[in-house]
Design a protein around this ligand. Structure first.
Ligand SMILES: O=C[C@H](O)[C@H](O)COP(=O)(O)O
Ligand SMILES: C=C(OP(=O)(O)O)C(=O)O
Length: 405
């Protein structure tokens, strides 16, 4: 596989920024070496270095290397006017859909994971057409997931291992992710992502319209705190075991303001203070033991939300537990949801579909990433473009029917 042009450019940018950051870090070290002994003396603290503690720290760390900072990446890969307009408009529209002021349906469609920028851009061009066709009824966003939460040890996504070969050039992955999201939004297609790591969201500032906190992270206090300050719309999946309660608890937690520890855009430790995010809602993704998209499940979720004083709003993921990871079953799920929407169900505000250029999935052999089939998922199986086109048409029709009713 020839190295993708975008990855080539991302590598050049990352290398140049790493050089700058190495020099900045040396200056910080020098300043601290200069200033701290005086402080130590004033405070009467024992001089460091007297006791050998080298065996007590970093016992299992085999590498600690500099990475590019969000501020540096944003300077070299700035947001274009087109991208800013796409994100601004789509955040406004998706917020209005979740809040009930816009009667269209949000659809978050796209690959389970991004692994090939060229294929991702091909997919984005398809969605740009679909947005033009269905704009009156649907607000379509592209799943641009570059971080993957894994059940066990596996490839963790494009942001962490962009060359798919275990070289794990995280700085390149972060730059490439920002460049890719920039190109997708420049086509007029808004981006949806999963904010898996505490630091990654800052690298894509201004580019993400919708963040879905995944099933494996929904109980994580630090994830809930972070999204309480996100500028994007945020959803929380039910747990892999099927608990919707933990997603409701996450919505309540993220709606509140928080004080917590994070980093600023230079990567320096900072205390963050947030307003709380009132776009928070539950995403029903089914469970290992079965789906939770039926009318009965939606009704139960509405009751549970109302009992906690929350608006009756859900997004439904047609994949994962709801399809039992069989991509063909996404068709049945979407058809059922379209029926519920057409029948007047107001709580369903969005649908998530895992879709790619080619149907199904393939295993990634990191010794031979060049053997991958173009446009086919390397994580969960996806439906293809033709099926996606049909499903979007059915959802658009359902959205029209609900409006007419
Ligand atoms: O969405 C993708 C997967 O379901 C999720 O990342 C878990 O993947 P795994 O069980 O294949 O590790
Ligand atoms: C990992 C995902 O889903 P879930 O958290 O529902 O397993 C996903 O949507 O990519």
């Amino acid at each position: 596989m020839p190295v993708d042009q975008l990855l080539d450019e991302a590598t050049r940018i990352a290398d140049a920024l790493l050089d700058v950051q190495t020099r900045v870090n040396a200056q910080i070290d020098a300043a601290l070496t200069d200033l701290l002994p005086g402080v130590q003396q004033r405070l009467g603290a024992a001089p460091s270095g007297d006791v050998d503690v080298s065996d007590l720290g970093n016992a299992r760390i085999t590498g600690l290397s500099v990475v590019v900072t969000p501020a540096a990446v944003a300077t070299v890969v700035p947001l274009s006017a087109e991208s800013a307009t796409t994100t601004r408009d789509a955040r406004r529209a998706t917020t209005a859909i979740v809040g009930g002021a816009d009667d269209r349906l949000a659809v978050i469609a796209g690959p389970c994971s991004i692994h090939d920028p060229a294929a991702a851009l091909e997919y984005a061009a398809f969605l740009a057409d679909m947005r033009a066709r269905h704009g009156a009824d649907l607000e379509i966003l592209m799943r641009t997931y570059t971080e993957k939460p894994r059940t066990e040890v596996d490839w963790k996504g494009f942001a962490y291992d962009p060359f798919l070969d275990g070289s794990s050039r995280i700085s390149v992955g972060l730059v490439a992710t920002r460049m890719l999201m920039g190109r997708i939004t420049a086509l007029g297609v808004p981006v949806a992502a999963e904010p898996l790591n505490a630091l990654t969201p800052q690298y894509v500032d201004g580019l993400v319209t919708y963040n879905g906190v995944g099933a494996r992270n929904v109980t994580d206090q630090t994830a809930r705190e972070r999204v309480s300050g996100f500028s994007s719309v945020v959803g929380f999946k039910n747990s892999p075991e099927g608990s919707v309660d933990v997603a409701i608890q996450a919505v309540l937690t993220a709606r509140a303001p928080h004080e917590f520890l994070g980093v600023d855009h230079h990567g320096v430790s900072a205390q963050l203070s947030t307003t709380g995010n009132d776009t928070g809602h539950v995403i029903l993704r089914g469970a290992k033991d079965g789906p939770n998209y039926s009318a009965a499940h939606i009704a139960a979720t509405k009751r549970a939300l109302a009992a906690r004083g929350l608006p009756e709003v859900v997004v439904v993921d047609a994949s994962h537990g709801n399809s039992q990871k069989d991509h063909r079953r996404q068709v049945d799920v979407v058809r059922d949801l379209a029926g519920q929407v057409a029948g007047g169900e107001q709580a369903i505000r969005g649908v998530m579909i895992e879709s790619n250029l080619v149907a199904g999935r393939q295993d990634l052999d990191r010794r031979h990433p060049e053997r991958l089939e173009h446009g086919k998922s390397v994580t969960d199986a996806c439906v293809d473009l033709g099926t996606t086109e049909e499903l979007l048409a059915e959802l658009a029709e359902a959205s029209r029917a609900r409006r007419a009713a």
